[in-house]
Design a protein around this ligand. Sequence first.
Ligand SMILES: Nc1nc2c(ncn2[C@@H]2O[C@H](COP(=O)(O)OP(=O)(O)OP(=O)(O)O)[C@@H](O)[C@H]2O)c(=O)[nH]1
Ligand SMILES: [Mg+2]
Length: 319
Amino acid sequence: MTSPASEPSDAPDPFAMPEDEDVIATPEVAHTGPDGEPFRSGFVSFVGRPNAGKSTLLNKILGSKVAIVSNKPQTTRTQVRGVLHRPGLQIVFVDTPGIHKAVSALGTRLNDSATATIGDVDVTCLVVDGLAPFGRGDQFIADKMPKNSIVIINKIDRANREQVLTQLAATSGLEFAEYFPVSATTGEGVDALIEYLTSRIPEGPPYYPADMLSDVPEPTQVAELVREQLFIHTRQELPYSIATRVTEWDWPRIRCEILVERDSQKGMVIGKGGSLLKRVGIAVREQLPEGTFIELHVTVDKDWQRKIDRLEQLGYGES
Ligand SMILES: Nc1nc2c(ncn2[C@@H]2O[C@H](COP(=O)(O)OP(=O)(O)OP(=O)(O)O)[C@@H](O)[C@H]2O)c(=O)[nH]1
Ligand SMILES: [Mg+2]
């Protein structure tokens, strides 16, 4: 192949500089809002204790399920970014693992991943469970947060007025920038929250394409849906011994591996006559495009959550 530059040509050189410097067009792409005002973009993170409702809130704001949710603590294991697109505006919400007293390498990684977002975004939001007293765990997280952070008191659909006032009183000492009582389930208070967050977003270019809702790759999304069902349908320590990953993606056939830590757990995940796996498979398939075929395999990987290299392979705790 010959370089076009080496061939003599009469065609005008598209890269030629105009002689009059005043007419050089700026190379920057102008990103503007609908009325010609500058485009605004920024990052908002949700941090808090496990089970406060961070992932539910992210899904409600986006109007779509991008993060898995369960009634058990420590459901979220990675940062999940979800993008809210509005005319002239893009807000990247970062859901994080609940910060807790870690007892394993996995736990430490989860905490590190959440803590890494604090102060590293335009607005850090402390999500507090409106039904649980504001305790040392919440205070521990709040102490790491800058004063321009905000407090979100969640679950006001179930918390009564007195409980909400108690939470407001308990968090007022933090002297954060704003306080928002919301229900991530019903959406109450969420519009006011978005309006406020919008006012905190600076000028900037769009970070993600206009049709991109989340940065989670499709195979990871499917593995997460499998893990969500296992979290919902298993009990005690078992959900915490489970990891999932997609090992083959040959649409419409998807193979997902379920890792457990001990032989005895394998049977529990499979269920009597394969009943639990079947139930999980059906629930996951219902959330995927019609025709998807999901194959679930259970593998024992002893103490996967204590081995750093395994955690890295599973993508856990990465920031
Ligand atoms: N009633 C009520 N329940 C809620 C609300 N928000 C979340 N929940 C429930 O609280 C539980 C935990 O929700 P998640 O969104 O998984 O909580 P999280 O903070 O992401 O938890 P981790 O990922 O473990 O840190 C689930 O059972 C949700 O259905 C709410 O506004 N009202
Ligand atoms: Mg979560």
